[in-house]
Design a protein around this ligand. Structure first.
Ligand code: FES
Length: 663
């Protein structure tokens, strides 16, 4: 029998095959990464390959289009239905070997294709989800050979997909008989970890989806992903309905402590919100809920516990014991989620009592455990979760920043929303401000701003606006390094007003009239000092400075690194190495959804992270006090000083350094 040489690229795998063997079979025998859902029926189109033409000296063979069987009826049916294929392209399950061949597997036909991410330091995601689809033809029942429908499905999976002893729970089995008959004895199963069937649909189904959810204290984000391509087909968000039980996390834990059954109420609220978001995402993408076969969850420890129905009371006080810290898998239906009947929810592991599955998601997304450079990653929220280190050693801590960065506890503060002031500049000579509001591209001193702002209705200052306002006040010499508004400047500018025994700065004459009070500056100082001291503590433990700083979280996306540093929220670092990662916790949940190996990886990494509890660290208080100064009483900011004109430090009677605006 004549054997033909077939070489697959880009893998370089090769073998000799008899005439008539399909390219899909040849690929499988060689372990080439070539996809298939329909099992060679010419329906799914996942097995597409390019047949190369020419003399390949390297492989010592001539490859020609006619070294594969002629274009057949099944392929014609496919293109009639799904559109033409590129030149030279064949369905691997239909094209058969009839001569020597070089066959290229394009990226979209690889089982383990990659999703490239935007930033250079981000690693591509290899799409290899825990759930895969397999179409399977099942023997019809026969009175002479009585076996159950499920037994015959198991046999068919073993024969056609080499799946041994597939399992299914009762909710999935309830759908089996109807699906088999509706599909005329062909069904597609969604198989999890190569073993458990989580959904059965009639006929050949080509699409399976998953949802990655990040539960923040303020907002919940959900990303509906195509499990074959890895693409996000819908992303939706909503306010966390638990806000009605308390703005911040601790007030929600207090609610649970004070109200019997409060934990169940909070659990119900968050689960209903997640289910509603899944429904909204599915509707937006035109996807049936039943096609959603896996869900992943990230969230801070309290949100994580509440979503899973674990009592968060212990997280409300020292020693902040988690109920569980490992990753957790539960049936989605047990959380009240209306998705495929056997689908699971995978919750990422928590790191410590205050450093949750959201931080695990951030670590997975940013992968500092693969980096040579020292990476500082801060997830800025009502509680800052901080991770520092590199491939050799990672540390994590949380710091109680409070909600000031989100605009709460600030007299003119508000959440980021259209109409909120988000950018602030203050003229160094006249002390006059100009600002930008969310929803308008114009600065407040540009023509047309008043009309645009009137339409938006300027209402307050959001977190990034407060940070810029206080940092600019410091850079303009209105606020001292100790955070005191200098009342002597009232003689120079009507923007400085006396308020009792302190002073305020008029940011907007209005309407509405918006003032930055001394108490606002203090609130920001306390928040930024907590964040900085937490980061500094890890830096001291590790004995190295950060080479790169990443601001995670929705809020981090809006902070200008220059102002974050000028205020002393974050330590000094080359400014081009400070960037926002957006919702990195959500990205981590998406990676765990799309790549099964990433789950074992993050579970391993999290176990190895050293947890530093700021509350019991003897040095934390000292670092906190130093960090109350703007930008810091003890630390220099050489990188920042190269970019902006920092007020010159002056000696103070207590031996520390005070900063005053230099000439
Ligand atoms: Fe589905 Fe070839 S394997 S079309």
């Amino acid at each position: 029998m004549t054997e033909r040489r077939v070489v697959f690229t880009p893998s370089g795998k090769r073998g000799d095959f008899a005439d008539g063997v399909s390219l899909l079979d040849a690929a499988r025998r060689l372990g080439v990464d070539l996809d298939s859902v329909c099992g060679g029926r010419g329906i799914c189109g996942r097995c597409q390959v390019d047949v190369a033409e020419g003399a390949f000296a390297k492989h010592a063979l001539d490859s020609r289009a006619d070294h594969a069987s002629p274009w057949g009826a099944v392929e014609q049916r496919y293109v009639d239905k799904r559109g033409a294929l590129p030149p030279g392209r064949r369905l691997g399950c239909q094209a058969q070997v009839s001569g020597d061949l070089v066959v290229d597997v394009p990226p979209e036909s690889q089982v383990h294709r990659q999703v490239v991410r935007k930033r250079a330091e981000e690693h591509p995601i290899e799409v290899d989800p825990v759930v895969r689809l397999h179409a399977v033809a099942v023997r019809e029942p026969d009175m002479r050979e009585p076996t159950s429908d499920f037994r015959r499905l198991q046999e068919a999976l073993a024969e056609q997909w080499s799946v041994a002893e597939a399992e299914a729970d009762i909710a999935v089995l309830r759908t089996l008989q109807k699906a088999l008959r509706a599909g005329d004895w062909t069904v597609t199963v969604a198989l999890r970890n190569g073993r458990e069937i989580v959904a059965i649909v009639p006929g050949v189904a080509l699409e399976a989806y998953g949802v990655a959810v990040d539960i923040g204290s303020t907002t919940i984000a959900a990303y509906l992903c195509d499990l074959a391509s890895g693409a996000v087909v819908a992303s939706v968000g909503a306010m966390n309905p638990q806000i009605r039980f308390g703005e911040d996390l601790m007030s929600r834990v207090s609610y649970v402590m004070m109200n019997p059954g409060g934990d169940a109420e909070l659990t119900r609220a968050v689960r209903e919100a997640i289910d509603a978001l899944i429904g909204e995402a599915a509707a937006a993408a035109g996807v049936a809920r039943g096609a959603i076969v896996e869900v992943t969850l990230a969230g801070n420890p309290i949100m994580h516990h509440l979503a899973l129905g674990l009592d968060p009371t212990e997280l409300g006080g020292a020693p902040f014991a988690l109920a569980i810290d490992g990753a957790c898998e539960v049936k989605a239906r047990d959380l009240g989620l209306d998705v495929a009947p056997g689908a699971y929810v995978y919750a990422l592991p928590c790191i410590a009592g205050h450093v949750g599955a959201d931080s695990a998601g951030v670590v997975l997304a940013e992968a500092p455990y693969l980096a040579d450079e020292m990476r500082l990653i801060v997830d800025v929220g009502t509680n800052a979760e901080i991770v520092f280190g590199n491939r050799e050693r990672l540390l994590a801590a949380s710091s109680p920043t409070g909600p000031a960065f989100e605009g709460a506890q600030i007299s003119c503060g508000q959440r980021a929303a259209p109409g909120a002031i988000e950018r602030v500049r203050i003229d160094r000579a006249t002390l006059e401000p100009r600002f930008k509001v969310i929803g308008c591209d114009l600065w407040s001193d540009e023509p047309g701003f008043s009309e645009a702002a009137a339409g938006l209705g300027v209402t307050g200052v959001c977190g990034s606006g407060i940070i810029e306002a206080v940092a600019e006040l410091f850079l303009a010499g209105v606020v001292s390094a100790d955070g005191v508004i200098d009342g002597t400047l009232a003689a120079r500018s009507a923007r400085i007003e006396t308020v009792g025994r302190t002073f305020a700065y008029v940011l907007n004459e209005g309407p509405p009239r918006l003032l930055i009070y001394q108490t606002d500056v203090r609130a920001i100082q306390l928040a930024k000092a907590a964040l900085y001291a937490g980061a500094k503590l890890l830096i001291e433990h590790r004995g190295a400075a950060p080479d790169r700083i990443t601001l995670a979280g929705a809020f981090g996306a809006h902070i200008d690194p220059v102002y974050a540093m000028a205020l002393g929220m974050i330590p000094d670092c080359a400014l081009d190495k400070v960037a926002s990662a957006g919702n990195a916790a959500g990205t981590g949940a998406r990676i765990a959804l799309l790549n099964r190996a990433s789950r074992a990886e993050i579970e391993r990494v999290v176990r190895g992270i050293e947890k530093i509890e700021t509350a019991i660290e003897p040095n934390f208080q000292t670092l906190f006090v130093e960090a109350m100064a703007i930008p810091n009483k003890a630390d220099a900011f050489p990188n920042l000083a190269r970019r902006i004109d920092l007020p010159a430090p002056t000696a103070t009677p207590d031996g520390g350094r005070r900063r005053r605006r230099g000439g």
